[in-house]
Design a protein around this ligand. Structure first.
Ligand SMILES: NC(=O)c1ccc[n+]([C@@H]2O[C@H](COP(=O)([O-])OP(=O)(O)OC[C@H]3O[C@@H](n4cnc5c(N)ncnc54)[C@H](OP(=O)(O)O)[C@@H]3O)[C@@H](O)[C@H]2O)c1
Length: 433
């Protein structure tokens, strides 16, 4: 069991990506519980003053119009991309400012450092200066991340670099700023895409899965540090654009409301008995199941079954005659299907019918036959078999049992529980690995 590590006013959290997006929302929620100190990192600039024409203008279309008017007033003809860039600069600075001001209202001290986490030297220098001002870092939250979603054949090296480096090089660089033996918390914002994979996100999935594995490694080597890789499902915010949200809705993938997700992070940090190094929060990502292109096959498997070789049967009798227990027959059928596909696990047994019990009254056969017919196979790794257990008695086919078995390809064995989260009855899967 992991012992609870106190977070108090002297604790200092270094948070990459912490001034914007979902990480900022999580930091704000944490600050409601713990008035500790925060060093927030992001590449964006925090503008000291906004241009006069931008002041008091909040709506995006109006702000973009004013950006355009400013260019034109200076005799320049801006391209749409330049307007968008300046708009993002102002919007980003406002979001950072808002996060800092909310943290201050909640009684937390916070600083924003404009630095790229992939630049080790720049990061170490700015963090060292902040540590001089705020104190030694006691926790890291690594929330920096980027997307470059497209199918693998369309991806460029630059796409890969952008996605991979913020997560993986970013983590290495953040760890280089602290003494890991003195770190109380390491929280990594990973994604369900790393756990399940997701079309168009090979780079993102790979980078997140490296974060997951890194979490286990750091936890193993530094047991006094509480390490959590949170494999978030999609949120109703941050990098999830309205278009992405629509695509998730089409796949029945629920998004995590801001308040719920942020609270779940607090719950994970507070968890002691149920503490896990890797946690999945949110709807799992699943592709649409497609038919496998491999042909369906049939198998015939023979087995000798005698009373002499299985003396336990004497303990299961009807009248005075030993009878094969149904559980033995079911397990025999299930494990045989499982063994046909190494790496697959028995998942379910349905429509199990007893056509005739196997009774050891002296007239029983010694050879039994399993006829296994594949009836469905999905590209997602699910195989459904119809199985008949039979034998030949007096030159006639005697059927004993009939069942449908499903075997699935599993990466890990999962402990799954559902949590009742809010009054609005939102159910999400929490999987502790
Ligand atoms: N939103 C979701 O649904 C979701 C789901 C699963 C996992 N996650 C993970 O949660 C984290 C936050 O996601 P989000 O939705 O809030 O994303 P977001 O709104 O795009 O924010 C990403 C943050 O990372 C910072 N960042 C990116 N590259 C950086 C770099 N090289 N150096 C320093 N900071 C950098 C960005 O700041 P600058 O732009 O100023 O650099 C920004 O603050 C990500 O790691 C993401 O993979 C999110």
């Amino acid at each position: 069991m992991i012992s609870k590590l106190e977070i108090d006013r002297s604790s200092v959290f270094l948070v990459s990506g912490g001034a914007k997006g979902i990480t900022a929302q999580c930091v704000i929620k944490l600050a409601e519980y713990y008035q500790c100190k925060w060093i927030l990192l992001g590449r964006s600039e925090l503008l000291e003053v906004e241009p006069n024409w931008a002041k008091d203008c909040v709506a995006a279309p109006e702000l973009k119009k004013r950006i355009m008017q400013d260019f034109l007033a200076k005799g320049e003809k801006p391209k749409p991309i330049e307007i968008e860039r300046l708009y993002k600069k102002i919007a980003s600075s406002r979001e950072i400012e808002q996060t800092l001001s909310t943290l201050s209202q909640l009684g937390s001290k916070a600083e924003y450092l404009s630095v790229d986490v992939t630049d080790a030297i720049a990061l170490q220098n700015s963090v060292a200066a902040a540590v001089d001002r705020l104190g030694a870092i006691t926790g890291i939250i690594h929330g920096a991340g980027n997307l470059a979603d497209k199918l693998i054949d369309k991806k460029t090296e630059a796409d890969f670099e952008k996605v991979y480096s913020a997560k993986v090089t970013g983590l290495e660089n953040l760890l280089s700023c602290v003494n890991l033996d003195r770190l109380d918390y390491l929280i990594l914002f990973s994604s369900v895409a790393g756990f399940f994979g997701n079309a168009g996100q090979t780079d993102y999935a790979l980078a997140n899965e490296i974060l997951n594995k890194s979490a286990h490694l750091v936890q193993q080597n530094h047991p006094s540090c509480r390490v959590i890789a949170i494999n978030w499902g999609p949120w109703d915010s941050g990098m999830v654009t309205p278009q992405l949200k629509k695509a998730f809705a089409e796949r029945n993938i629920e998004v995590i409301p801001l308040e719920v997700g942020a609270q779940m992070l607090v719950n994970e940090i507070e968890a002691v008995e149920e503490a896990s190094t890797q946690v999945l929060i949110g709807s799992p990502i699943s592709s649409r199941a497609e038919k496998s292109t491999t042909p369906l096959r049939n198998y015939r498997i023979r087995r000798q079954l005698t009373l002499e070789a299985n003396p336990f049967l004497h303990d299961h009798t009807i009248g005075d005659r030993p009878v094969l227990p149904l559980t033995c027959a079911a397990s025999w059928i299930g494990t045989t299907c499982e063994q046909l596909y190494p790496g697959y696990k028995f998942f379910s047994l349905e429509n199990f019918k007893v056509l005739k019990g196997i009774v050891f009254d002296g007239s029983q056969p010694t050879e039994f036959i399993l006829d296994i017919k594949e009836v469905d196979k999905t590209a997602l790794g699910e195989i459904v078999f119809e199985v008949i257990l039979w034998s030949e008695i007096k030159n006639k086919k005697a059927k004993f049992f009939n069942a449908f078995i499903t075997a699935v390809k599993l990466k890990f064995s999962l402990k799954i529980s559902t949590l009742l989260l809010t009054k609005t009855l939102l159910f999400f899967q929490i999987i502790n690995i």
